[in-house]
Design a protein around this ligand. Structure first.
Ligand SMILES: Nc1nc2c(ncn2[C@@H]2O[C@H](COP(=O)(O)OP(=O)(O)O)[C@@H](O)[C@H]2O)c(=O)[nH]1
Ligand SMILES: [Mg+2]
Ligand SMILES: [Zn+2]
Length: 357
């Protein structure tokens, strides 16, 4: 994290999505000494905020910590907050969370009652599926239902079109339309760049776009392509200090044209297991329920230290055979994260470009 001023000028709050709704909320919740800022990332108690004056760090005030006990009542990426600043580093103390206009929420794994905020104040949620191994209309419908619940506009994006024949993409589009899904539907390849310019042209300055979908479908690669000058942009605006944008945590990134994008680190976010959502509904609810206990957020339960699933196998509370079939299926699903060459090789084995699971 850093408190650098972004190289790109933020002319005003409107450029970050501020509107009459938030102005109204600010009247109700912000004191005269407060300024409004947008949350670009959250790392436990630390928040990185952005407004027309630049990027700065902040923590929740004692009052807010006390009143906002539920996870959903605490600021998440995309939120607007009221903050008091002090010192030359502009370090902030967050006083209030402005009511969200839209949101994306999931039910916490293994606990149907607890809802977690994924991101807030999204104009559009882009559900990404890879043409090769990931395409699944039923799962797409689950995503779209979740998006609808939070009030954002959904788009569907088919990725990795370079790995399948054009007829396969056409067939998938027909299947999506056949299921009655009317959301805008795009397809592209990060490898050939076919479709990327068209996609980029659809992104409107001042609007916030959140990418969701299985791990390995190409979300981060696409965002890096959109960023272009990855080095500069991620360093200054996201404050991550990394050369390349990677999904270590959820963060809001301001693109050069003024549109904002939020990446998401994989399926765990949606109460589904491991890298591919298809596994969750397929009889591995027991493993899904254990996953929150793993040390790593993106644990694959294959060999990681602190894995709660492996611990359960060793303790005899999870059936070893059941665990092994999970690992085998996960390995197949991992196909989605292989290199382009490896994927093409694998694709030759299945004519339709789809795999049974
Ligand atoms: N063939 C092919 N591979 C891609 C494409 N986009 C991404 N990849 C590869 O797929 C893997 C996963 O991509 P990544 O962006 O990390 O996926 P994410 O988990 O959705 O963020 C990486 O090895 C990428 O190089 C694409 O359009 N075509
Ligand atoms: Mg990623
Ligand atoms: Zn694990």
């Amino acid at each position: 994290m850093t408190d650098q001023i972004p190289d790109r000028e933020i002319p005003n709050r409107e450029a970050l999505g501020w509107n009459a709704w938030f102005a109204e909320q600010a009247k109700l919740h912000c004191g005269p000494a407060n300024t409004a800022a947008r949350v670009t990332s959250v790392d436990r108690g630390w928040l990185v905020l952005l407004n027309e004056t630049g990027v700065f760090k902040a923590q929740l005030s004692g009052n807010l910590m006390h009143s906002a006990r539920a996870a959903a009542a605490r600021p998440c990426v995309g939120d607007w907050v009221c903050v008091t600043q002090s010192g030359s580093d502009k370090f902030g103390s967050v006083q209030a969370l402005l009511e969200r206009q839209t949101s994306l929420r999931r039910k916490a794994v293994g606990n149907a009652v607890v809802e977690q905020m994924i991101a807030a104040n999204l104009d559009c949620v882009i559900v990404v599926q890879s043409c090769l191994t990931d395409f699944n209309v039923k799962r797409l419908e689950r995503y779209l239902a979740m998006v609808a619940e939070g009030g954002a506009v959904p788009w569907v994006l088919l990725s990795k079109t370079d790995l399948v024949a054009p007829e396969v993409v056409a067939g998938q589009i027909a299947e999506i339309r056949g299921a009655g899904i009317t959301a805008p539907l795009l397809s592209l390849s990060n490898v050939t760049r076919a479709g990327i310019d068209e996609f980029q042209r659809m992104l409107v300055p001042g609007q916030t776009y959140c990418f969701v979908g299985s791990s390995g479908v190409g979300k981060s690669t696409l965002i890096n392509a959109l960023i272009g000058h990855a080095q500069q942009a991620t360093k200054t605006v996201s404050g991550s200090g990394e050369g390349r944008h990677t999904t270590v945590r959820r963060e809001l990134i301001v693109l050069e044209n003024g549109a904002m994008v939020i990446d998401n680190p994989g399926m765990r976010e949606f109460g589904m297991v491991s890298t591919e959502g298809g596994l969750a509904g397929g009889g591995f609810a027991d493993i899904a329920a254990l996953a929150p206990g793993c040390r790593f957020n993106d644990c694959t339960h294959a060999s990681e230290p602190g894995c709660a699933v492996i611990a359960a196998v060793e303790a005899g509370t999870l059936d070893r055979g059941h665990y092994e079939s999970f690992i085998n299926l996960t390995r197949e699903a991992k196909l989605g994260t292989l290199s382009a060459g490896e994927q093409r090789k694998a694709a030759r084995g299945s004519k339709s470009g789809k795999r049974d699971r």
